[in-house]
Ligand binder design. Sequence first.
Ligand code: NDP
Length: 334
Amino acid sequence: MNLFRSMDIQSEPKKENTGNQSPSEHVKCIIIGSGPAGYTAAIYAARANLKPVLYKGIQPGGQLTTTTEVENFPGYTEGVSGPKMMEDLEKQAERFGTEVRWGIVTDVDFSKRPFIVIADDERTLESDSVIIATGATARYLGLESEEKFKGSGVSACATCDGFFYRGKDVAVVGGGDSACEEALYLAGMCRKVYMIVRKDHLRASSILQKRVSETPNIEILFERNTKELRGDKVLEEAVLVKRMGQPDESEEVIKIEGFFLAIGHIPNSDIFKKYLETDDIGYIKTTPGTTKTKIPGIFACGDVQDKVYRQAVTAAGSGCQAAIDAERYLSRQL
Ligand code: NDP
């Protein structure tokens, strides 16, 4: 498993590209975000001669840089580490002329054309089109011990990392649709799957609840909160609090090697909300089957608009769609 963090990429001694220092520059296409969606959009946009400028954002490389080995991205027959895959995607995007910049887009103004994008609170860019690929951030419980085992027992993606826990005992935290789906997925390969649910009932849809209850190697632990994760180098056990805050509150320990968070994601859409439609969680709404938002010329792809699939390959696919949508939009503006 790889233990790299996004900081490893950030601190790379790489050619620093600080871009044009003039107060305002005009580009055809700005891509915000550097996960599989952003880089794929950049590859396609660059090849379509849109001369895209890509801002890497707070977590260069996106969520994959915090995950373990990626074995389900087509084409990597032996698997690849998340950071390596992101490096490859970045090089591929640059090869076709994408200008990849370190920096964070801190504000936008989509009320006028060209659109205004502010980078690092200080640089103003005008752009004829914008592709939003800012992703989503998995929620974690916030335990110190959770941090310790990220990449060596703790994961927020069963589809990405479940394979490493074949035949082992694992736990999934959460009681929603994602938690049930993750538990069902893991049940197919692990010996035992605990679901740690803080309430006395699941929030998930009834069909998923039924499937969970019919799966013999899933055990639901209701009214449990996680207090601590323990282990030497890798995760070995979790300390749970049963009926926290009740008179009969008690502690128990479960032996597990994998601890999967499924307590929701936070789409990184805050700065766009005043212009674009989002759902109640914050996912940007796009016209089904496209990456078009309600503002022509603004496109959204990857996890910031996808709460169902959330895979690197689906994000990459929608990044491709966004670049094609942007290219078609721009060609109609001429
Ligand atoms: P949800 O918000 O639906 O569920 C989150 C779960 O995590 C809840 O059970 C919640 O508990 C629990 N939780 C939240 N914070 C904590 C915490 N700090 N400690 C312990 N437990 C916690 O998120 P999902 O990701 O499951 O789903 C998001 C949306 O995506 C939903 O609308 C869902 O329906 C949809 N979705 C649909 C799928 C499908 O249709 N196949 C698949 C996946 C998602 P509590 O109930 O106590 O609040």
